[in-house]
Design a protein around this ligand. Structure first.
Ligand code: SF4
Ligand code: SF4
Length: 82
């Protein structure tokens, strides 16, 4: 069984916490920087609830095998592009 990727676009996230509140597996949390992040990806059950509940379209569930856009790298590993 494949796994999806949960991706957050930090530039669009306003840190409202709705995604974290709706996630049944506590995969998501809002960091001290006011941005949501994936904190427990292993627990994700691919229910997809997070994506439609974000009012700013800042979170997407990408099916396994599809490319993840580079600008959606996790916050703690995001690198500035030249
Ligand atoms: S797909 Fe479901 S389990 Fe996975 S992060 Fe989103 S709400 Fe949580
Ligand atoms: S619901 Fe959207 S805007 Fe709110 S914290 Fe989650 S990703 Fe950010």
């Amino acid at each position: 069984m494949g796994r999806n990727r949960v991706v957050i676009y930090p530039d669009w996230c306003k840190g409202c916490g709705i995604c974290a509140a709706f996630c049944p597996k506590k995969v998501l949390a809002v960091g001290l920087d006011g941005k949501a992040r994936v904190v427990n990806e292993e627990a994700c059950v691919n229910c997809g609830f997070c994506e439609p509940h974000c009012p700013d379209f800042a979170i997407v569930v990408i099916p396994e095998g599809e490319p993840v856009p580079p600008e959606s790298a996790p916050l703690d590993s995001k690198e500035e592009t030249p």
